[in-house]
Ligand binder design. Structure first.
Ligand code: KPL
Length: 306
């Protein structure tokens, strides 16, 4: 059997982290990127294992346009949530009929959008990732904090797909675990993001600032709102409870700027529709009121349209 033709779609921090880790382990990786990124990445992707450590450069094939002979068996989809479906549409003609696509997006909503584009023989998987990584330049990624990828099948026929993705990532030195069903895990990550991301973005503060007493009422109020949705949907709280998990993430990532704050400061669209937006969407038919979440949603939308 020939080696699966493996591609990573998206050249953000997670895309480059996963691509360079896999390439270092001997996996032939093709990076699928936007045209303006090709030249910088064609000179190689530099991976720094931790801030300040010696960097290693990996060379991989980089392309921006599908072509007729290109066949993709395994695709790691790493774009922002809002771009995932459009990005997949662009490369869909190259996916083989039994291709597997693993999505790493934050929040919920993009998985269903991509699922609509899949053919019956193709399998979609989704993951919740806690790796910490940032781009120091368009082709240099720093692995700032070791985390974990928890993944499972979203839809499609390949029942063993999650286990083989776990093996692939683990041998590349990325901690991974199969969790099925995966939806509760994605909800639990969404819950943490729904508290931290919009608050830090609206107030322009680093994650650690949310530990201060002035933010207590908002943090606790948002946790309560999320839990009211979890209760109605039958989603279990993360181990130790959601309030504890949120606290842990605030402390563990105290010096970080949340991805939403980074997006707002850079004038990019945020993932608010896939985080707080998804929460509000399910709350509506359940007739649950989420006033704090609603207010933050509107504030971020107003920021985005400035
Ligand atoms: O996932 C994150 C994000 O910024 O999107 C957290 C966990 C909040 C870390 O910054």
């Amino acid at each position: 059997m020939s080696e699966p033709r493996f591609c990573v779609l998206g050249a953000g921090s997670l895309g480059l982290l996963f691509a360079s880790r896999l390439a270092r382990n001997g996996q032939a990786v093709t990076l699928l990127v936007r045209p303006e990124k090709v030249s910088a990445l064609s000179l190689g992707v530099t991976l720094q294992e931790s801030p300040g450590s010696l960097a290693k450069r990996q060379f991989m094939r980089v392309i921006s346009e599908p072509y007729e002979q290109l066949r993709i068996d395994r695709l790691l989809l790493t774009t922002k949530a809002g771009s995932a479906a459009d990005a997949l549409k662009h490369w869909q003609p190259c996916l083989t009929e039994d291709a597997e696509v693993l999505m790493l997006q934050n929040g919920l909503g993009s998985q269903a959008e991509v699922a609509e584009l899949m053919q019956p023989g193709q399998t979609l998987l989704a993951a919740s990732v806690t790796e910490g990584a940032y781009l120091e330049s368009p082709a240099t990624v720093v692995h700032a904090g070791k985390g974990k990828t928890r993944l499972g099948r979203w839809c499609g026929p390949a029942k063993g797909a999650a286990a083989s993705w776990v093996t692939r990532l683990t041998v590349a030195g990325l901690e991974a675990e199969k969790v099925e069903p995966i939806r509760p895990v994605l909800w639990q990550k969404l819950a943490v993001n729904a508290v931290i991301n919009p608050l830090t973005a609206v107030h322009r503060v680093e994650n650690g600032a949310l530990a201060a007493r002035e933010f207590r009422p908002q943090v606790e109020g948002l946790v309560e709102e999320v839990l009211s949705v979890f209760k109605r949907l039958g989603i279990p709280e993360p181990e130790g409870g959601l309030a504890y998990r949120v606290e842990q993430v605030i402390l563990a990532t105290a010096a970080n700027r949340s991805s939403m704050l980074q997006d707002v400061l850079a004038g990019r669209p945020t993932e608010i529709d896939y985080i707080t937006g998804s929460l509000l969407k399910v709350a509506k038919p359940l007739q649950l009121q989420l006033p704090l979440s609603e207010e933050l949603y509107q504030a971020i939308k107003a920021d985005e349209s400035k």
